[in-house]
Every structure is written in structure tokens, then in C-alpha cells.
Design a protein around this ligand. Structure first.
Ligand code: NAP
Ligand code: ZN
Ligand code: ZN
Length: 360
């Protein structure tokens, strides 16, 4: 265990968006000194989630109290513990760990007690673009180090590679949580809308859970990939016949798309008592016709990442089933290019930044 008194303000290097929509550029800052329950993580890889782009470009301004710049994005963090505070019991130096979308919550409200820290009724402290309980801005994983309370870190199974495991911390749990909550498993027909970073994890996880999986993609381009990832069926939503053919087919639809789609059309694809869960976060509001829900006693729901215990359960499940993300590793100097390619759906299926390239 490290002598925490030596670790005053951890000097950290990263990439930040200096202002909304501005290209990311090198940025140096300090992480807090280690408290008794903190661990220091040497970040090795960080996934690029579409949410990083939405926030760096301030596309959710309407729904957020504030957007904080300079902003160091990144909430799919994988690395190695290099120091631990005096009272840390869960991790030791050398452990493979991850950090997801949040780094703290009130710990006492009903939701926190139920392990639903992502819905904390007081405040979920997001990994970046937020303020901690002292009011200091948080910074994410496009950086070489992070200090986090041991209760908000996750253990990455030894058999998973750190680069392919990084996207599990957001994309993985964002799909695992609704699949589990709405009972995806044997005998259930599940559709995943959008085969991107989230969607491809949804296919792998729903398949491993034993469900019959259909991918609804906006073109036919990803058909072969979808089958390889574990999908049983594939349809292009650009073909209007898809909506006739698949009427009343699914028990569960998980919609990962942030572009504009007519949700009413997709609701028609649910069986009686089926549920469509929204996880994609479009800028614009959608109109829902009451008839889309009443005909078939259908439900429209939403879901946001997952709590700490469930995220650990997902990582252990992925370890057991050897599931990691399909990734393209990029140096941090290419992050702006990677953002552009994500927006164009030109990634198979997640960019992961090799943080060692920060030293270049
Ligand atoms: P992504 O990798 O860009 O994937 C989105 C997918 O949507 C694309 O691969 C594409 O799949 C489809 N798509 C893109 N443009 C489209 C268009 N014009 N029309 C129809 N479909 C289109 O993004 P991601 O990282 O998976 O994130 C998806 C969304 O989820 C984002 O809004 C993100 O902020 C949000 N998110 C939510 C949570 C949560 O907790 N709820 C967590 C993480 C992210 P096809 O080519 O197959 O159509
Ligand atoms: Zn994310
Ligand atoms: Zn709480």
C-alpha cells in the first residue's frame, strides 16, 4: 500500500475539449490526493462512447444543468491499480480495474441502497462533465490517471483483454441492464435497433443470455457482422417491408439509435405486452401516438447504464462467456478523427484510445 501522504494532487495529462464543439487538444490537470478509500489507476485504454461526442459538442445542453469546459471526456476506462489509500480493502496494486460512467453518489438514498447509484435521488457524480460533492469538476478517461473511491471501481476479469473490456464499462452495462431487467433469455425474441458501440454489445449479450436476437439496422451493410456477433436474424429498416413482415414479433426491443426514428413504427413490432426500451439519446423529442401503446398493451421504457453491483455482475458474465467489445484501437492524437467517424457510423464497433500514446 502506498503512503498516501506522498501523493499530493496527482499530476495528470489528457485531452480536453476547450469549448463546446472545439477539437480536443492536450490538457494537463490535477487529480485529488488519495483519500483513505481511494485508488489510483494508471489508465491504459479508454473507449469512445457516442455520449462523449454529444457532451463535448454540448448537444444535451437543454437536459443538463451545465456543460463544463475544458472537458476531458471518457467513461469506458480500463487500467491497473498503482496506489491505494490506507483503508482500501477491495483492490491492491497491480489489479485490473475499470471505471464507468459515474464515480460517486450519495450512498444513502433509497436508490443507492438498492444498488441503483445511476438513479441516485440526491446526485450521481458523473465521471466527467460534472462536479463532485466538493464542487470540483470531474474529468474522464482520455487521460493517463484517475483517482476513484474503491466502491465506485470495478474488477475486470483476468481473462479479458483490457482494450476490449474498456467498452463494457458503458456500452456493455447499458445493454446488459435492460436485457436483464426485462427478462431477455431462452424463449424470448429480442430486437436490437442500431448496430453501433451499444448495439453490438447488445447482440453479444442477448445471444449469451439465450434469447433469439434480431438486428434492425438502417442498411444491409452490417448483415454479415451481425450474424458473426450472434444475431439470428437481420433486417434493414430502410426497407418498408421490414415493418410489415415483423409486425407483432418481439417481446423486447432495445433501441440504441440517437438519430431521428419514428418510434411509433418500432412499437408496432412488439407483441402484446412487449416493451421497447430506449437507451439511445437523441437531441430531439419524439412524438408518440397513444394508439401505438394501447393496441397491444405495449410499454415504452428507458434505461440508463447500470449500478455498481450490476456492472460487476455484467463484467463477471462477460469473463465467463469470454465476451469483449469488437474494437479499433487508436492513438489519442487521432481522437478528433475518431469522433467524426463515429458520427458517420464508420466504426466496427468501438474506438478505444491507447492511452500510452499520450506520452508521444
Ligand atoms: P454509435 O456507436 O454511434 O451507434 C449508434 C448506431 O445508430 C449506429 O451504429 C447506427 O447503427 C445507428 N444510426 C446512426 N445513424 C443513424 C441514422 N441516421 N439512422 C438510423 N440509425 C442510425 O453510438 P453508441 O455509442 O452506441 O451510442 C448510441 C446512443 O446511446 C447515443 O445517443 C449515446 O449517447 C447513448 N447512450 C446512452 C446510454 C444510456 O445509459 N442510456 C449509455 C451510453 C450511450 P446501424 O448502422 O446499425 O443503423
Ligand atoms: Zn457511454
Ligand atoms: Zn443516492
Amino acid at each position: 500500500m502506498a503512503n498516501t501522504s506522498e501523493l499530493i494532487a496527482v499530476k495528470t495529462k489528457g485531452y480536453a475539449a476547450p469549448a463546446a464543439g472545439a477539437p480536443l487538444a492536450p490538457f494537463s490537470f490535477e487529480r485529488r490526493e488519495l483519500r483513505a478509500h481511494d485508488i489510483l489507476i494508471d489508465i491504459q485504454y479508454c473507449g469512445i462512447c457516442h455520449s462523449d461526442i454529444h457532451q463535448a459538442r454540448n448537444e444535451w445542453g437543454e437536459y443538463q444543468e451545465e456543460s463544463i469546459f475544458p472537458m476531458v471526456p471518457g467513461h469506458e476506462i480500463a487500467g491497473i491499480v498503482t496506489a491505494a489509500g490506507d483503508k482500501v480493502t477491495k483492490y491492491k496494486v497491480g489489479d485490473k480495474v475499470g471505471v464507468g460512467c459515474f464515480v460517486d453518489s450519495c450512498r444513502t438514498c433509497e436508490e443507492c441502497k438498492r444498488g441503483l447509484q445511476q438513479y441516485c435521488s440526491v446526485k450521481t457524480v458523473w465521471t466527467y462533465n460534472a462536479r463532485d460533492f466538493e464542487g470540483n469538476p470531474t474529468h474522464g478517461g482520455y487521460s493517463d490517471k484517475i483517482v476513484v473511491d474503491e466502491n465506485y471501481a470495478l474488477r475486470i476479469p483476468d481473462n479479458l483483454p483490457l482494450d476490449g473490456a474498456a467498452p463494457l464499462l458503458c456500452a456493455g452495462i447499458t445493454l446488459y441492464s435492460p436485457l436483464r431487467h426485462w427478462g431477455a433469455g431462452p424463449g424470448k425474441k429480442v430486437a436490437i435497433v442500431g448496430l453501433g458501440g451499444l448495439g453490438h454489445m447488445g447482440v453479444k449479450l442477448a445471444h449469451a443470455l439465450g434469447a433469439e436476437v434480431t438486428v434492425l439496422s438502417h442498411s444491409l451493410k452490417k448483415q454479415a457482422d451481425a450474424k458473426r456477433l450472434g444475431a439470428d436474424h437481420f433486417y434493414a429498416t430502410s426497407d418498408p417491408e421490414t415493418f410489415t413482415k415483423l409486425k407483432s414479433s418481439f417481446d423486447l426491443i432495445v433501441n440504441t439509435v440517437s438519430a431521428e426514428l419514428d418510434w411509433n413504427e418500432f412499437l408496432q413490432l412488439l407483441k402484446v405486452d412487449g416493451t421497447m426500451v430506449i437507451v439511445g439519446l437523441p437531441e430531439k423529442q419524439h412524438e408518440i401516438a397513444a394508439f401505438s401503446l394501447t393496441a397491444g398493451r405495449r410499454s415504452l421504457a428507458g434505461s440508463q447504464i447500470g449500478g455498481i453491483a450490476e456492472t460487476q455482475e455484467m463484467l463477471d458474465f462477460c469473463g465467463k462467456h469470454n465476451i469483449a467489445s469488437d474494437i479499433e484501437v487508436v492513438p489519442i492524437q487521432k481522437v478528433n478523427e475518431a469522433f467524426e467517424r463515429v458520427v458517420k457510423s464508420d466504426v466496427r464497433y468501438r474506438f478505444v484510445i491507447d492511452i500510452s500514446t499520450l506520452k508521444k
